[in-house]
Design a protein around this ligand. Structure first.
Ligand code: PBG
Length: 333
């Protein structure tokens, strides 16, 4: 026993931290498989699988293999998958017409997954960047400026084609003004009153999207271009609240903040202000950083990933889109 006769703190937070039982009792947030949306890249063909070099462990899959992946995810308790088509160059165009092809890659993937695994929530990406020759999320004018209202018109057709194919949720990631309202109206008119809209409301013009653009093959098309005239400036926070407010008024069912880890202050503000289903996107660059450091033995990948994910929940996210979804559920078991 120590002979220490100095000051004794009456309040000792360490008492509760001393043993696992009391640490467990006071734990405020938890990760469960219910928290995850699994983003996946879809390829044309059959039996096709391709590694994404800047995202080790992530593969682009053709629809048949994707269906198998969906079965596994459903068994693991993952509620939903988000589909991102990898569109071959010859199907890209200035007007992005392939985006609303009823037999396009995304539409076919939706049908195949809903057929085989009806309980899997299927989320589609509504934006034109996989389909444009210039890699922008919308149609452009002669100066390269992304046109708002003309783009929204195409986005509504794209969203409708996804809903027609059976998508449970459409997720506009384009950041055009007024697109949520326009899509909502077209869905209602089309009889798709149950189709949910997950709005990428606060989507920042982030450099953390690099590996994703490699994965869908839009990086080369975009070249030195950027998305500053429609995605949000990382310096801003109030602007995110404005975007979320607009999207909710226009009929969004869920809102998203993107990227995740560097933007948790936005997640917290949005959750506190609106109290609606709020999601964070743990994006490709965040995945790549954790993966690379883990592979080099510089960090403990499993511990760091699970920490990153629980921090997003603690910040107020009801769910997380993450390329680690499958792996995280395996680790949590
Ligand atoms: C494009 C889109 C992007 C992502 C999702 N949808 C990239 C972009 O805006 O350039 C990024 C996802 C990620 O980085 O993981 N509409």
């Amino acid at each position: 026993m120590s002979q220490f006769k100095g000051y004794y703190p009456l309040v000792r937070p360490r008492r509760m931290r001393r043993d696992e039982f009391s640490r467990r009792l006071m734990r405020e947030n938890r990760l469960t498989p219910d928290d995850f949306i699994y983003p996946v890249f879809v390829l044309e063909g059959k039996g096709e699988r391709e590694a994404v070099p800047s995202m080790p462990g992530v593969e682009r899959l053709s629809i048949d293999l994707l269906v198998e992946e969906a079965r596994v995810c459903a068994r693991m308790g993952i509620p939903a998958m988000a589909l991102f088509p990898v569109v071959p160059m010859e199907k890209k165009s200035e007007d992005a017409a392939e985006a609303y092809n009823p037999n396009g890659l995304a539409q076919n993937a939706v049908r195949a997954i809903k057929d085989a695994v009806p309980d899997m929530g299927v989320i589609t990406d509504v934006a034109l960047d996989p389909f444009t020759t210039h890699g922008q999320d919308g149609l452009i004018d002669d100066t390269g400026y992304v046109l708002n209202d003309e783009t929204v018109d195409v986005l509504t057709q794209q969203a409708l084609s996804h809903a027609d194919a059976g998508a449970d949720v459409v997720a506009p990631s384009d950041m055009m003004d007024g697109r949520i309202g326009a899509i909502r109206e077209v869905l209602e008119e089309g009889g798709h009153i149950h189709t949910r809209i997950l709005a990428y409301s606060a989507k920042y013009a982030s450099s953390f999207y690099g590996p994703f653009r490699d994965a869908v093959g839009s990086a080369a098309n975009l070249g030195a271009g950027n998305k500053y005239t429609y995605q949000m400036d990382p310096h801003n926070s109030d602007e995110a609240l404005h975007e979320v407010a607009m999207d909710l008024e226009e009929g969004a069912d869920m809102v998203m903040i993107k990227p995740g880890m560097p933007y948790l202050d936005i997640v917290r503000r949005v959750k506190d202000t609106f109290g609606v289903p709020t999601f964070a996107y743990h994006v490709s660059g965040e995945y790549a950083m954790l993966k690379a450091a883990g592979q080099n033995g510089w960090i403990n990948e499993k511990a760091c990933v699970l920490e990153a994910l629980i921090c997003m929940k603690r910040a107020g996210a009801d769910g997380i889109l993450t390329y680690y979804a499958r792996q995280a559920v395996e680790w949590m078991d």
